[in-house]
Design a protein around this ligand. Structure first.
Ligand code: TXA
Ligand code: MG
Length: 330
């Protein structure tokens, strides 16, 4: 273990260049923001995003925040409305994340767990700003800690919470000192008819309300927003397929689209898709939402899914699949 700790490096120009290069190559880098340290990956690279979930050992795919350098880049990623413009002007760069309809097709579906919305934020930290500018890609970053643990507010916390580079963790941690906000950003959903507070955080809800008026809290009303999207989670909307899902299927029945996994998939099935012909769970995670969408409609009447091993990212895949089967608002 001790020889595979992620190095903590000073955020000088050379290290920021190296970190930006690793991001563009599909690697993971931990970096400071004013709220907490983030575990960053190129948001346009499904496999890099899958590696983030793997490194955090997340049992579920929660949608991640996409970090961009400025308002112009945010406008290219998501569709702004007047309330979002007003909030961006008031609080960006800063500890405010806005959920808006996805515009940029390059952003990986896994980033937003298959949703038609993307959460965006312009962080207010010089190291995060320098990294985003040099990387030249939007950066998906959850807090840089193991799932279920406390968010890191100093570089040293990250080392103890995530595996080293040889075990799927970040290649380096840019040290920006302690985070001065110290709690995660406030998340506001602006994709529906009125703003909804999804997560309290670094910008006070009262300050946001002073700018855009009352915020709704996520509740029963969330499920009805966004048309077909359902709300199996407490505060998060999730992509739920329109067609019924049948799990643990060894082969498709007539009328079913088939989502296979691994080398043992039955051959010759027309229109079958394979999450990973080699049985690689990271590859399967990277393909999951795009393949579900591809099978989610005519000519199919249902989607049959082969068993996926319940370990590593397989747990998150199975969690997602079970939610897709379950009641719409369960
Ligand atoms: O301060 C922060 O926000 C930190 C730093 C690194 O920026 N990041 C962070 O990310 O806390 P994460 O992945 O731990 O939290 C993302 C939050 C979750 O509550 C998630 O449900 C919500 O944002 N979220 C992301 N995309 C969403 C979407 N499309 N719809 C609804 N909620 C979304
Ligand atoms: Mg977190």
């Amino acid at each position: 273990m001790s020889d595979d700790r992620t190095p903590i490096v000073a955020p000088d120009a050379d290290n920021i260049s190296a970190a930006a290069l690793r991001l563009r190559e599909g690697g993971l880098v931990a970096f400071p923001t004013e709220t907490v340290y983030g575990l960053g990956a190129d948001a346009t690279n499904d496999e890099a995003v899958a590696a983030v979930f793997q490194a955090k050992d997340r049992p579920r795919f929660n949608p991640l925040i996409v970090h961009v350098g400025d308002l112009g880049e945010a406008r290219a990623a998501v569709s702004f409305n007047p309330a979002a413009e007003t909030l961006a002007e008031a609080f960006w760069p800063g500890a405010l994340t806005m959920v808006l309809p996805r515009l940029d097709d390059r952003i990986a579906l896994l980033v937003s767990a298959g949703l038609d919305t993307v959460a965006v934020r312009v962080p207010n930290h010089p190291v995060a700003q320098a990294l985003l500018a040099e990387a030249g890609v939007p950066v998906a970053a959850p807090s840089a800690n193991k799932a279920g643990c406390i968010s890191p507010t100093a570089a040293g916390h990250v080392v103890f919470s995530l595996p080293g580079p040889g075990k799927g963790g970040p290649d380096m941690i840019l040290d920006g000192g302690p985070c001065h906000v110290g709690v995660e950003s406030t998340v506001i959903d602006l994709s529906g008819s009125s703003p909804v507070l999804l997560r309290p955080g670094g910008v006070a809800a009262e300050d946001i309300e002073a700018v855009v008026g009352p915020l709704a809290s996520p509740g029963k009303n969330v499920a009805t927003q966004g048309g077909a999207q359902k709300s199996p989670g407490m505060q998060e909307r999730h992509y739920a397929p329109n067609l019924p899902l049948r799990l643990e299927a060894e082969e498709p029945k007539p009328g079913e689209g088939f989502l296979a996994f691994g080398p043992g998939a039955p051959g010759g099935t027309e229109e079958a898709m394979n999450l990973s012909p080699t049985g690689d769970l990271e590859e399967a995670a990277a393909n999951l939402f795009a393949m579900m969408r591809a099978l989610d409609g005519p000519p199919f009447e249902a989607i049959a899914v082969m068993p996926v091993p319940d370990r590593g990212l397989g747990r998150a895949i199975n969690d997602r699949l079970r939610r897709g089967v379950g009641p719409a608002d369960g």
